[in-house]
Design a binder for this molecule. Structure first.
Ligand code: TZP
Ligand code: ICP
Length: 222
């Protein structure tokens, strides 16, 4: 089904990005608890040292997708467009060195979600002109999760693009926790994307609920 822009904006509120290497325990249990805690969108991001590949990767993806489908949480695949097509995922998230969003959308289908990583105004504008549904901007704060993350940029770019009147749905990502989540929203993000604040928590449901609480504090303020 095709989503309105406002539906998509609501989906971006608390975006869990995770793979097997980001979890202390069983990724399926982490996802179950995060869904109970109120995540609004999930991205399967199986990358980095020790990441699963091939059938094992697809097996885990399908198990995670089943849990998302059981609770009405859209399921996004990071980078692997072929896998997203095979699984009929709700969308993909691609980086700057992947194919442009418009080409990916042609392969995936018009009504799927195509998200793009952006680190500069130029990359945001390119994503908009390529028809991306949302952009992921970061790293906002220092992060140990992505080894090759670009320079930490704070909320400057988010503020800048909103001041320029760009309304594309967007999430901040990188080092986001309950302590700084509201700053990202106040800067103009529609939501936050997190890995370790949820995936590495010893109390996944409670950590997720706390993030939802922090996100709710200022949303009406704008
Ligand atoms: C995938 C990605 N892209 C920019 S930072 C990052 C990792 C964010 O992980 P965490 O939320 O644990 O800082
Ligand atoms: C790098 C990324 C940036 N943003 C999002 C939402 N996901 C990613 N994997």
């Amino acid at each position: 089904m095709s989503r309105s822009i406002e539906d998509l904006r609501a989906c971006l509120k608390l975006y869990l990005v995770m793979g097997s290497t980001n979890c202390q325990g069983d990724p399926l249990i982490v996802l179950d608890e995060a869904i109970q805690g109120g995540i609004t969108l999930f991205q399967f991001r199986e990358k980095g040292e020790g990441a699963l590949v091939g059938d094992a990767k697809e097996q885990l993806a399908r198990q995670l997708q089943a849990r998302c489908q059981a609770h009405g949480v859209p399921f996004i695949v990071n980078d692997d467009v072929e896998l997203a097509i095979r699984m009929e995922a709700d969308g993909v998230h691609i980086g700057q060195d992947d194919e442009p969003a418009d080409q990916v959308r042609q392969r995936l289908g018009a009504h799927r979600i195509v998200g793009v990583s952006a680190h500069s105004m130029a990359e945001v504008e390119r994503a908009i002109s390529d028809g991306a549904d949302y952009v992921g901007i970061g790293p906002i704060y220092p992060t140990a999760t992505k080894k090759d993350a670009k320079a930490v940029q704070g909320t400057r770019l988010i503020q800048e693009l909103r001041e320029q009147g760009l309304t594309i749905p967007l999430v901040g990502i990188g080092g986001i926790t309950a302590e700084n989540a509201s700053d990202v929203i106040l800067a103009g993000a529609d939501g936050i994307a997190v890995v370790s604040a949820i995936s590495m928590s010893t109390q996944v449901k409670q950590s997720t609920e706390r993030l939802i609480f922090e996100l709710g504090r200022y949303r009406g303020a704008m």
